[in-house]
Structure formats: structure tokens, C-alpha cells
Design a protein around this ligand. Structure first.
Ligand SMILES: [Fe+2]
Ligand SMILES: [Fe+2]
Length: 473
């Protein structure tokens, strides 16, 4: 059945796929299983409709964002590595600093690299599974298109990791590629590897929060893998980052539009209680921020991590923008300041920098999240409304690391378990809140029309107007 497919044409690539028969054969046997996965666990409706999608057909400026109407199962999932920056590219951190980057997997790092690639790869199909029911309640055609765009690109990111597994890890890699299609988000027997990727994405506010907070975790993981001494991994991740930027844009502008609409309703009806007018109130948006931010913080792992230290020393995974950091890039004698629990509160403490690789990445992430929250607050202020959205203290509502299970308020005060339990419904979405948001979720399919709870975007996609037919229903 697959024998007649020209894979070099089907799979746009810059890895000279046609010259590698062994890799082609491995992908040929995986491809129908992937399509099967996409059809059964990807978007549950509109697989037969034409969607205005961006496809990467090369990595240069012209080719990486090619727009056309395409049915999702016909999307050309490609394999791309960012162009090499130099012929004599060098490792820029860890024990091997200054040595040439690796184009093969060194035997001693095989297990660790495989684990890093599988963990990253597992998140990609997971989010597609989490979002599979959302099209049914899309607030507009452009939002529906954005959802599908994110979905097909997460599919492509899976391809990127599967390529690495198949090209560099032999039979083990092929087995891992199969497993990536067998685990399933939220499944009790075979769940996805990381906790946040087994949570539900039940409504569109959750979707925007997820793409803002959880895709941003992805950005930081990819950015540190883009520093890797294993060059094919570094260049794969570097190219994925260009696509990831759009996912976070979808999240940030999505939340921004919900905020804008909330402000409009507050002003029109001269009340904070906009639920009766079909809007999502700012305190509820704050609760969603609490939830999605804290679940995403956990993805960075424990504050002190021997694994992360070993990955760094071995050159497998660097820090965010490693080459721009002004230090020796080895961290053997360096210190890093982290927040620790101290008597009844928290204080900063110096720890060996090598132990704090995860915490440093989480710090970079939090700074980036705060920038987005500041932009949301500007919308509220520009509407003349006195309300400020905030990121909670990093010890609030954590499930992993030093602060796991600690009863801490969003302001960072350690309180009794009783008080914590009593107040939690003020801080996190309750069943009632979720039901309310769910009650607003109704599909809007007329071009240029938007659900009542969200403002239209300022601009369309690829310079198209907002009433463009992004999905041909
Ligand atoms: Fe991704
Ligand atoms: Fe993403």
C-alpha cells in the first residue's frame, strides 16, 4: 500500500532523505501508523475540511511558512534541521567545551540522549490528544484554524524527534518511535510521560492558557536542547522553536482577547459581575493563570537535579541562551541563588550552580511569563479598569520539588493546611467555574463572527482579513 509513495516528495526535508534507504524504510513503516494515530486521536472533526495552514517546505525565510488550504491528513509533515551555523561548530559548555560538535551519538551518552529525545517527543502528540475535542466549540474560524495549526505542528515536532530516534538509535529508536504512538494522554494504563500532558484541555480558555504557559515550557526545553553537543538534536530543536513562537502567540493573544472582552462588558454594563452577560470575569482568568502556571512550573523538575547536572557536564543539554551567558560554561565552582524554605518563610540561598540547572531554567521561564502578564495588565489599564493579574509565588500549588504539597498562598505565605484547603476555591478554578466556562463554549462558524466571550483579533493570519474563510466548512 505504501510502496508507491515517493517519500522524498511526501516528506519535505533538508536531510537528504532520498539518499538514506535505511531511514526511508523505517519512516515508510512508521508513516501509516502515524496517520492512523492522527485520524483516531488527532482532531475529532473536520479532518476532511480544507484548512488555511502554514507548512514548512524548507528552512529558509521564504519556505518555512508556506500558506495554503489543505486537509489535515494531507498535511506534509516534514523533517527539518536548522542550517548549520559553521563548518567547524564547537561545543559551547560542559566538559567537552571547545571540541567539535557530535554528528553521531557517543556510546556513553546513548541512554541519556535517547531519554531526552523521547521525553521531548512524548509531549508533542500528547498536546494534540489533549486538544482533540476543541474544534466543536471554536469561538471563530480563525481560532479553529489556529488550533489546527498548532496541532499539525506538534505532529511535525513528533516527526522531528522520531527522525532522530530512527536515524541515530537503531532498533531501540524504532521501538521508541512505536511507543510514542501507543502512549496516550490521560490513559490509565499507558499515560504520557509528564504530568501536565495528562491533564485535560476542556475549553478554549484552557487552550490559550496551555499554549501560553505550557508551550512556553516547551520553548525553554527546546532552547536548552538547541545548545546540545549532539548537533542533529540541536539543529532540530532550533527549527522547532520558530514554529513554537506561533503557538505562544496564539496563547498570549487568545488570553488578551478574553481580557479585552471582559473589560468591554464591565464598562458596557457597569459591573464586575459579567458572568450574567456571558463574559469571563478577571478573577476567573486569574484562577486559570494560577492553575496553568503552576502545572507548567512543575515541568522543569526538581530544584536540585543530579540528572540535569550530568546532562550539562556531558554537553547534552545546556542553559537558556548558553552562548550569551558570561561565564566559563563549566559551572564547576560557580554558585547560583535559589529560593529555599526557611523557618516560616522563604529566603534566597547560594547553591552549587551545577545542581541548580533546572531552577535556573525555571527562573528564565518565569521572567518570560511575567512579560506576557504585564502585557495583559496593560490591556486592563488601557480600559481604565483597576485590576492586576499576577503570577503566584513559585511555591504555590506545586506537585514536584522542594515545595511539593506545601500549603502556600499565591502571595507566598506558608499557612496551615486547614486554611489552605478552605481558601483553595478562591485561588484555583472550581467545578462550578469550569462548568461556567464550559457553558460559554459554543461553536461559531460564520467568517468574521466571534463568540460573545472573546474579542476579535487585531489582525488575521498571514495578512488575511479576520473574515477570511480560514476553514472551509
Ligand atoms: Fe511542539
Ligand atoms: Fe507547541
Amino acid at each position: 500500500m505504501t510502496a508507491n509513495i515517493n517519500y522524498d516528495e511526501l516528506i519535505p526535508n533538508n536531510i537528504n532523505l532520498s539518499s538514506d534507504r535505511r531511514l526511508q524504510r523505517a519512516l515508510e513503516s512508521w508513516h501509516p501508523k502515524y496517520i492512523n494515530w492522527w485520524k483516531s486521536r488527532g482532531p475529532d472533526i473536520y479532518q476532511d475540511k480544507e484548512i488555511y495552514l502554514r507548512t514548512a517546505i524548507s528552512v529558509d525565510k521564504k519556505g518555512w511558512a508556506h500558506f495554503d488550504h489543505v486537509k489535515m491528513p494531507d498535511y506534509r509533515w516534514g523533517i527539518f534541521l536548522a542550517e548549520s551555523t559553521a563548518d567547524d561548530k564547537k561545543i559551547n559548555f560542559g566538559d567537552h567545551i571547545g571540541e567539535p560538535v557530535w554528528n553521531e551519538v557517543p556510546g556513553e551518552h546513548r541512554g541519556a540522549l535517547r531519554r531526552l529525545i523521547v521525553t521531548q517527543g512524548d509531549t508533542e502528540p500528547a498536546s494534540v490528544e489533549q486538544q482533540r475535542l476543541l474544534a466543536m466549540t471554536a469561538p471563530s474560524l480563525v481560532d479553529m484554524r489556529n488550533l489546527f495549526q498548532v496541532n499539525v505542528e506538534e505532529g511535525r515536532h513528533l516527526w522531528a524527534m522520531v527522525y532522530l530516534l530512527m536515524a541515530y538509535f537503531g532498533r531501540d529508536g524504532r521501538e521508541e518511535a512505536e511507543e510514542l504512538l501507543l502512549r496516550s494522554s490521560g490513559d490509565s494504563d499507558k499515560p504520557r510521560i509528564l504530568g501536565a500532558f495528562n491533564e485535560k484541555t476542556p475549553d478554549w480558555l484552557s487552550f490559550y492558557m496551555f499554549t501560553f504557559f505550557t508551550d512556553r515550557d516547551g520553548k525553554y526545553q527546546l532552547a536548552s536542547l538547541a545548545e546540545s553537543a549532539f548537533d542533529p538534536l540541536a539543529r532540530s530543536c532550533q527549527f522547532m522553536l520558530t514554529e513554537e513562537a506561533h503557538h505562544m502567540y496564539v496563547g498570549e493573544t487568545g488570553v488578551a482577547r478574553v481580557i479585552q472582552r471582559a473589560c468591554e462588558l464591565m464598562k458596557t454594563h457597569d459591573t464586575d459581575d459579567i458572568r450574567q452577560h456571558g463574559g469571563i470575569d478577571l478573577p476567573l482568568i486569574q484562577k486559570y493563570i494560577h492553575f496553568h502556571f503552576t502545572v507548567s512550573e512543575d515541568l522543569f523538575g526538581a530544584e536540585k537535579s543530579t540528572n540535569a547536572a550530568n546532562y550539562f557536564t556531558a554537553g547534552l543539554k545546556g542553559r537558556y541562551l548558553e552562548s550569551r551567558i558570561q561565564d566559563g560554561h563549566k559551572l564547576v565552582d560557580d554558585a547560583y541563588s535559589v529560593i529555599k524554605r526557611n523557618n516560616g518563610g522563604f529566603s534566597n540561598e547560594e547553591v552549587p550552580a551545577l545542581d541548580a540547572i533546572n531552577e535556573r531554567l525555571r527562573d528564565d521561564y518565569i521572567v518570560d511569563c511575567q512579560r506576557g502578564v504585564d502585557r495583559w495588565n496593560k490591556i486592563i489599564a488601557d480600559n481604565g479598569i483597576n485590576f492586576t493579574l499576577k503570577l503566584p509565588h513559585r511555591a504555590f500549588h506545586r506537585a514536584i520539588g522542594d515545595f511539593a504539597g506545601l500549603p502556600v498562598s499565591p502571595e507566598g505565605k506558608i499557612i496551615s493546611q486547614e486554611e489552605y484547603d478552605a481558601r483553595l476555591s478562591n485561588w484555583l478554578p472550581t467545578d462550578k467555574d469550569n462548568e461556567f466556562v464550559a457553558s460559554l463554549m459554543m461553536q461559531v462558524t460564520e467568517p468574521g463572527k466571534f463568540a460573545n466571550w472573546i474579542a476579535p483579533p487585531r489582525v488575521g493570519i498571514n495578512n488575511q482579513p479576520t473574515d477570511f474563510e480560514y476553514v472551509k466548512l
